[in-house]
Design a protein around this ligand. Structure first.
Ligand code: IPE
Ligand code: IPE
Ligand code: MG
Length: 260
């Protein structure tokens, strides 16, 4: 096992912002899209590493609601790449006992029908798996997710299903894309950028962030383990006192005991 990793304190949910593909390609005189292709083996090595140490939820940011602003060639490439990847890799993930999920605006008319179908097939095929949950954040934006929850609350209020005075944290959380997904313990961003770029804004309220200069195609399970060692050196307080006698506990986690 990786030196220095405490197997008793492996994060339950690791969320990754896979960034730096374009710069990786540019540095090699390649087209940006070749950087996306080079990111695939990195992701699959990270998936194996996460399985190896017992991470139960892994979330990867594959396309943001803002990424539509890239040039059409790159957007088309990424749409096709996602269809192709699901086709080629779905059975392998299934054989490893991984349950596949997607968060994001999949019904956006800009998302190709074929991709929507592949997403649904992958979710259905793997729905009984429980080794690890793999969540692809595709056409995902944290603000859009929160706005969607607000819209559903408004609809429920108008229909008389909820009283506005009953709108609390749980009412909002239960209207997110995947209500059973535990909050990420650790959010990793590669490529040296120090921002969230609209990732898991609600869910990452108390996540630990680790930023690494490594460009995504150069990332692998060992750099993942390094990030987890860094995470394990942090003291999580969830707003509690620094000199508290008891170790800090995540209130959201206490409330939710039935999730992997
Ligand atoms: C991340 O790499 C992948 C996606 C956003 C789809 P980038 O494409 O953002 O690479 P850089 O940040 O331009 O280097
Ligand atoms: C975030 O990276 C989105 C993904 C990794 C899919 P971006 O490269 O799109 O973010 P910014 O533009 O640098 O903030
Ligand atoms: Mg980027």
């Amino acid at each position: 096992m990786y030196d220095g990793l405490d197997m008793g304190r492996v994060p339950r949910h690791v969320a990754i912002i896979m960034d730096g593909n374009g710069r990786w390609a540019n540095a090699r005189g390649m087209h940006r899209t070749q950087g996306h292709a080079a990111g695939e083996p990195a992701l699959f090595d990270v998936i194996d590493g996460a399985l190896e140490i017992g991470v139960k939820w892994l979330t990867a940011y594959t396309f943001s609601t803002e990424n539509w602003s890239r040039d059409q060639y790159e957007v088309d490439y990424l749409m096709h790449f996602n269809v192709d990847l699901l086709q080629r890799r779905r059975d392998e993930l299934h054989a490893k006992g991984i349950r596949i999920h997607f968060i994001g605006e999949r019904n956006d008319p800009r998302v190709p029908d074929e991709l929507r179908e592949r997403m649904r097939d992958a979710e259905q095929l793997t729905e009984a798996n429980d080794q690890m949950h793999m969540v692809f954040a595709f056409n995902y934006g944290g603000r859009t997710e929160i706005a969607g929850a607000a819209r559903r609350l408004a609809e429920d209020a108008v229909a008389g299903r909820i009283d506005p005075s009953d709108v609390d944290l749980e009412a909002v959380a239960s209207r997110m894309y995947l209500p059973n997904m535990p909050d990420p313990d650790l959010v990793i961003r590669t490529s040296g950028e120090l921002r969230t770029s609209n990732y898991l804004l609600w869910e990452a309220a108390y996540s630990e962030y680790v930023f690494t200069p490594v460009l995504w195609p150069d990332f692998d399970r060992h750099t993942l383990f390094e990030c987890i060692v860094e995470y394990q050196s942090r003291e999580r307080r969830f707003g509690g006192a620094i000199d508290a006698a008891e170790p800090a506990r995540d209130p959201a986690r206490e409330a939710n005991t039935d999730i992997g």
